[in-house]
Design a protein around this ligand. Structure first.
Ligand code: KIV
Ligand code: ZN
Length: 506
C-alpha cells in the first residue's frame, strides 16, 4: 500500500498562532513526542527568525534522530545558510525554502517580476543543495497563482535539486475540487515531476484545510503538512489527527497508509494544548472532550448494544484512556507509577517523586483522583522543569470588607528566597502585583480564564493567563484545587516564559 508522508509543522506554522509562543525546552519536549507519534518530518522552526528559533532547531536536530528535521528559510542566501547552521547535526536534515508566487504577492509585496522570482527560486534551491540532498521548495500562495506559472517554477526548482515540492494554500482560499485540479495539473504538466514528492500545505480560513489535503492525496500528493490540534497562523493549519484518522478509518476509500502510531495522538494533543495554552474545543474531531460522548438516548441505546452503531472510531485507537478506575487516599507509589505508565508518561525519578508528593497532597483534598486529574498534575510537573523563578508559597486574605492582600515567596535562579506583599483590587490582582514586585518585568495581563478539570466542588481548577510584553504574548497555565494558587502558578508560568524568551534574545 502507498504511504503518505506526515510532515508536522506544529513547531513552526503552529507556533505562529497568535499567543502560542513556546520556549526551547518545550519545543524539544514536543519534538520528542512527535517522534513517538511517528511523524516522518518535523519542521522544527525558522532558524533566521530569532535566536531562540535557531536554538530550538539546533537542539532538536541534535537530539531527535528518527524523523527528518526540517528548518524553514526564505529564498535568501542568509536564510539558507542560517538554516543549515541549525540543521547540520541532524541525522536526516531538510532545508525548506519558500518564495511568493502569486501576482498579488509579487506586485504588492515582493515588487518583483515572475522571471526574477523564478530565477531566485532556482538559485536558492541550488544553494541549499550544496548543503544537503533533501530540499523542499514552496511557491507561497500557490492556490491564487496562475497554474502555468506554478508548473514553470516547479520544473525549475526540481531541475535545481528540490526533492519535495510543496503546494501551499497559504490564505486558506481553495475549494477541494479546485485544489485537487491544481495537484492533478502538476502531475500532468511538470515534465520532471517524477523526480520529486508532491506535498500540500493547507490553511483553514474557510474550514477546508483537511478537506483540501485529503482531496490532494486522492489526486496523487504524497506528503501532507499539518499540525497537532490544527493550530497555526490565523484560523490554523490542517489538523494532523483528522488527516491521519481519515486515512486510517477510510482505508477502503484511500487505500493509503501513514507511519503514525495513532495511540499516541491523544497524548500529543494534550501536550501541545498544555504547552501552547490553546485549549481543544469540546467538539473537535478525534480529540475533543465530546468526540466520543453520546448524549441522545437513542444513540446511547445503540452504543450499549453495539458500539459500531454510532461510533466509527474506537477511542482506544487514538489513545484516549479507557479506564474509569480512580485512585485515592490509599493508592501508593506502585499504583501511581502504573497509572502513569498506562497514560503514557515516563518521568525521571526526581520528577516522579515530585509528582507523587503532589498526588498525595491531592488525595487529602479530593476523594477520587481521575485520569484527568493525573494529566493535570503531570502538566504542572512539566511546567516546573523550565522555571526561572519558582513559586514557593502564597498567602492571601480577601473578603467583601477588607482590601485583598497577598504575600508571596519566590525562589530565584540562585536559590535565594525572595518575599514581598501587595494590595490589589481582588486576590488575583494582589498576587500578581506581589509577584511583579519581585520579578520586576513590565507586562500587561491580557487574558484570564478558569476551568475545572473534573466535575465536583473539590475539582482541580485550571487557570490560563496571557500577558503581553514588548508586543509579544506569553501564555501561562497553572492547576490547583485552590484557584488563587492556580492563578499564581499560571502567572509565574507566563512570566517564566517571558524571562526565558528575553534571555534567549527572542
Ligand atoms: O502557508 C504557507 O504558505 C507557509 C509556507 C512557508 C509553506 O507556511
Ligand atoms: Zn502556512
Amino acid at each position: 500500500m502507498d504511504r503518505v508522508t506526515i510532515f508536522d509543522t506544529t513547531l513552526r506554522d503552529g507556533e505562529q498562532a497568535a499567543g502560542g509562543t513556546l520556549n526551547v525546552p518545550e519545543k524539544l519536549e514536543i519534538a520528542r513526542q512527535l517522534e513517538n507519534l511517528g511523524v516522518d518530518v518535523i519542521e522544527a522552526g525558522f532558524p533566521i527568525s530569532s535566536p531562540s528559533d535557531f536554538e530550538a532547531v539546533k537542539i532538536i536536530a541534535k537530539e531527535v534522530r528518527t524523523p527528518i528535521i526540517c528548518g524553514l528559510a526564505r529564498a535568501r542566501p542568509e536564510d539558507i545558510d542560517r538554516a543549515w547552521e541549525a540543521l547540520k547535526e541532524a541525522e536526516h536534515p531538510r532545508i525548506h525554502t519558500f518564495l511568493s508566487a502569486s501576482d498579488i504577492h509579487l506586485v504588492y509585496q515582493l515588487k518583483k517580476s515572475r522571471d526574477e522570482v523564478l530565477q531566485m527560486a532556482r538559485e536558492m534551491v541550488a544553494r541549499a543543495k550544496t548543503y544537503t540532498d533533501d530540499i523542499e521548495f514552496s511557491p507561497m500562495d500557490a492556490s491564487r497563482t496562475e497554474h502555468k506559472y506554478i508548473y514553470l517554477i516547479l520544473e525549475a526548482v526540481i531541475d535545481a535539486g528540490a526533492t519535495t515540492v510543496n503546494i501551499p494554500d497559504t490564505v486558506g482560499y481553495a475549494i477541494p475540487d479546485e485544489f485537487g485540479n491544481l495537484i492533478e495539473g502538476i502531475f500532468k504538466n511538470v515534465p520532471n515531476i517524477d523526480r520529486a514528492i508532491v506535498s500540500v500545505h493547507c490553511h483553514d480560513d474557510l474550514g477546508l484545510a483537511v478537506a483540501n489535503s485529503l482531496e490532494s492525496i486522492k489526486r496523487g500528493a504524497r506528503q501532507v503538512e499539518c499540525t497537532i490540534n490544527g493550530i497555526g497562523e490565523r484560523a490554523g493549519n490542517a489538523s494532523l489527527e483528522e488527516i491521519v484518522m481519515a486515512i486510517k478509518i477510510r482505508n477502503d476509500f484511500f487505500d493509503l497508509t501513514t507511519n503514525v502510531d495513532t495511540r499516541q495522538i491523544y497524548k500529543t494533543s494534550r501536550l501541545v494544548s498544555e504547552m501552547t495554552g490553546f485549549p481543544v474545543q469540546p467538539n473537535k474531531a478525534i480529540i475533543g472532550a465530546n468526540a466520543f460522548r453520546h448524549e441522545s438516548g437513542i444513540h446511547q441505546d445503540g452504543v450499549i448494544k453495539m458500539p459500531i452503531t454510532y461510533e466509527i472510531i474506537d477511542p482506544r485507537i487514538v489513545g484516549i484512556p479507557g479506564s474509569s478506575l480512580v485512585l485515592g487516599k490509599l493508592s501508593g507509589r506502585h499504583a501511581f507509577r502504573e497509572r502513569l505508565a498506562e497514560l503514557g508518561y515516563s518521568l525521571s525519578e526526581e520528577g516522579f517523586d515530585r509528582a507523587f508528593s503532589v498526588f498525595k497532597e491531592l488525595t487529602d483534598k479530593k476523594k477520587e483522583i481521575t485520569d484527568k486529574d493525573i494529566e493535570s498534575l503531570i502538566a504542572e510537573e512539566l511546567r516546573t522543569v523550565s522555571e526561572v523563578y519558582h513559586l514557593d508559597r502564597i498567602q492571601v486574605s480577601c473578603g467583601d470588607r477588607g482590601i485583598p492582600t497577598a504575600s508571596v515567596k519566590l525562589i530565584d535562579p540562585d536559590g535565594q528566597v525572595l518575599a514581598d506583599a501587595a494590595l490589589g483590587t481582588g486576590p488575583v490582582d494582589a498576587v500578581c502585583k506581589a509577584i511583579n514586585r519581585i520579578v520586576g518585568v513590565p507586562n500587561v495581563l491580557t487574558e484570564f480564564s478558569v476551568k475545572s478539570v473534573t466535575e465536583g466542588i473539590d475539582a482541580i481548577g485550571e487557570v490560563l493567563i496571557r500577558i503581553e510584553s514588548d508586543g509579544v504574548t506569553y501564555t501561562g497555565r497553572g492547576a490547583d484545587t485552590d484557584i488563587i494558587v492556580a492563578s499564581a502558578k499560571a502567572y509565574m508560568n507566563a512570566l517564566n516564559r517571558l524571562l526565558a524568551a528575553k534571555k534567549a534574545g527572542a
